[in-house]
Design a protein around this ligand. Structure first.
Ligand code: HEC
Length: 124
């Protein structure tokens, strides 16, 4: 009677691993940035993502590491640009909207993450 309980233990362990793994893969802020932003804003956040190779985008993505550029934007403006896209803040529509993809909380985390990248605050 050793075997069935052994199988059960393995099964239980499987569920445990799933339960622990899921929240992590549901997206840390770094994961979200890597998944959704780096193709334009670059792995370093400096605006040189693969979509912008050799200036491939007619409007360059914001350099999230540049305190001079980023300190002009309030946290609210950054939040709105991410949620509603460049269009909503009178910037290029090449910056997509993310309100269908990311939760409000994930966007707040991204705002804080961008503040870390630029090591700056907004004018607010
Ligand atoms: C398809 C390319 C693309 C993707 C993907 C993208 N962006 Fe952008 N983003 C841009 C471009 C281009 C601009 C510059 C718009 C301008 O200056 O007119 C921009 C500008 C911005 C700005 C500055 C807005 C402002 O008011 O100046 C922020 C903040 C930003 N992006 C955050 C993000 C975040 C966070 C993500 C991922 C969730 C992301 N972007 C994904 C292209 C992109």
């Amino acid at each position: 009677m050793d075997r069935p309980s052994g199988k059960l233990a393995v099964l239980a362990l499987g569920f445990l691993v799933l339960a622990v793994a899921l929240p992590a893969s549901a997206g840390s802020v770094e994961d979200n940035y890597r998944l959704h932003c780096v193709q334009c804003h670059g792995g370093k956040g400096n605006g040189e993502g693969i979509n912008n190779t050799y200036g491939g985008l007619s409007v360059g993505p914001r350099n999230h590491t540049d305190p001079a550029e980023m300190s002009k934007l309030t946290d609210d403006e950054i939040r709105r640009a991410i949620l509603e896209g460049g269009d909503a803040v009178n910037k290029s529509e090449l910056m997509p909207r993310w309100d269908k993809t990311l939760t409000a909380n994930e966007v707040d985390e991204l705002v804080a993450y961008l503040r870390k990248l630029c090591k700056c605050k907004g004018p607010n």
